[in-house]
Design a protein around this ligand. Structure first.
Ligand code: CMC
Length: 436
């Protein structure tokens, strides 16, 4: 735990009134609601804190993921990400994130069995996916299909019934790879490949993506392991944009399919999980090392973002990016080196020396190298955000469950600072409305 005292009292003087207030500090934070007592008159609403994009607002107490952005630390339930990536499987990590402890042998067997046996989707899901245009973005298909699951599992509305809740969690973890693979199959015009219960979580996903005429697909163990590690690295990241969407939608007591669809929609954006796709597009646009200086110059002029760089929380390095670089080496031994890697390495070298990036603490994030690995593994670029979503589903569900069971949580409903017209009246002559 941090060594500095993180509780006490904040003494505040309001120079509008000269009054002083004692505001308790708890866990290094003040409760924004305690500002409400600070008023200039009895009918004043009270002081609000203004924090667009939640730059300095804790929206919950959580026991799931710890990040120290300055030190480049990421831990799930207290375990360093490096140790989990080296020694655990994705299903172990998903269990840990969802339940707070790593599974023992019997728990792991039962969990694996449950997830494996829920990988199939209702046959109508195939018809639903068939309805999408051939060039639909797979994330659009994923978001819509996850929402559609809500109509298949009506009992999912019973979110405060533990058994029902746990069943939907298993279903979502199990079906996410199936939906992602089916979306890909639809886009490429290939027949859907059903789940193979003999394979691991990552292996089954590879099978559903790649299987053609063979009776059973056997994934390359190096690629299967690499994908499993990538799922671990993406499994949770505390209160990011999509987790926040999950919690916000969940706070209205929507069912977990609807909440997960909202989270996946938030992930889709290019500033979040869509960045891995954009990194690849950027590297392809740059095309050769010779073009990098021009590209960097345009970034510095504010014309473009260097995709895969920067993070709201990490201001030193992203520990996931370090692990991914190691994974990339293993993958390239099997697939051959992705030629875009040279451009990526040179971009990273320049950016880490350049004053623009150094002064803004912009470092490669998880998305910078993951796309290069996915491409080497043969995934189409548009699939990349879905690969992120598969791993992150465990985190979303843990965040959702923690939120709805937290006695302090209520429906998410921020305040605003109203800066619009104060009061206006319609003209008395109604016929003049059309003059504008
Ligand atoms: N390229 C160039 N300049 C950048 C970049 C970038 N990738 N990221 C931030 N900056 C600049 C930004 O313009 C600003 O400069 P100034 O102070 O002169 O206005 C400064 O750095 C601070 O940036 P910010 O926008 O205030 O930072 P933020 O915390 O609001 O945004 C971010 C974080 C990740 C959205 C942003 O860094 C970004 O857009 N990065 C590119 C997209 C990306 O790689 N996203 C994946 C994030 S990691 C995985 C995930 O969360 O999904």
């Amino acid at each position: 735990m941090p060594e500095t005292p993180n509780s006490g009292v904040l003494h505040v003087t309001d120079d509008r009134t000269g009054r002083t207030y004692d505001i308790p500090i708890e866990d290094g934070a003040i409760r924004a609601i305690n500002l409400r007592q600070i008023k200039v008159s009895p009918d004043d609403f009270g002081l609000l804190s203004y924090d667009p994009a939640f730059l300095n607002t804790a929206s919950c107490r959580s026991t799931i993921t710890y990040i120290d952005g300055d030190k480049g630390i990421l831990r799930y339930r207290g375990y360093p990400i490096e140790e989990l990536a080296d020694h655990a499987s994705f299903l172990q990590v998903a269990f840990l994130i969802l339940n707070g402890e790593l599974p023992d042998k019997a728990e792991l067997e039962a969990w694996t069995e449950q997830v494996t046996h829920h990988t199939f989707v209702h046959e109508n899901i195939k018809k639903f996916i068939d309805g999408f245009h051939y060039d639909a973005h797979p994330m659009g298909i994923l978001v819509s299909t996850v929402a559609a699951l809500s109509t298949f599992y009506r009992e999912s509305k019973g979110i405060f019934d533990q058994d029902k809740r746990k069943l939907q969690i298993v279903r979502l973890i199990a079906k996410m790879p199936t939906i992602a693979a089916f979306a890909y199959r639809h886009a490429t015009g290939l027949p859907y490949a059903y789940p193979d219960n003999e394979l691991s979580y990552a292996g089954n996903f590879l099978s559903m993506m790649k299987k053609t005429t063979e009776w059973s697909y056997r994934p390359d163990p190096v690629l299967e392991h690499a994908l499993d590690v990538l799922f671990i690295l993406h499994a949770d990241h505390e209160q990011n944009c999509s987790a926040n969407a999950m919690r916000a939608v969940g706070s209205s007591h929507a069912d977990p399919y609807m909440s997960t669809a909202a989270a996946a929609a938030a992930l889709y954006g290019p500033l979040h999980g869509g960045a891995n796709e954009q990194v690849l597009n950027m590297l392809q646009d740059i095309g050769s090392i010779d073009n990098i200086p021009d590209y960097i110059a345009r970034v510095k002029k504010g014309e473009l973002l260097l995709m895969g760089f920067g993070h709201r929380v990490y201001k030193n390095f992203d520990p996931r990016a370090k692990i991914i670089k190691k994974v990339a080496d293993d993958v390239f031994k099997v697939t051959g080196r992705n030629p875009l890697l040279d451009i990526a390495l040179e971009l990273e070298r320049i950016a880490l020396e350049d004053e623009y990036f150094v002064s803004r603490k912009l470092y490669p994030n998880v998305d910078f190298y993951s796309g290069i690995i996915y491409q080497a593994m043969g995934f189409p670029v548009e699939m990349f955000p879905m690969l992120f979503a598969i791993g992150r589903t465990a985190g979303w569900l843990a965040q959702w469950e923690e939120g709805i069971l937290d006695a302090e949580q209520k429906i998410a409903r921020p305040r605003q600072l109203y800066v619009g017209e104060w009061l206006r009246h319609l003209p008395s002559d109604a016929s003049s409305f059309g003059d504008r």
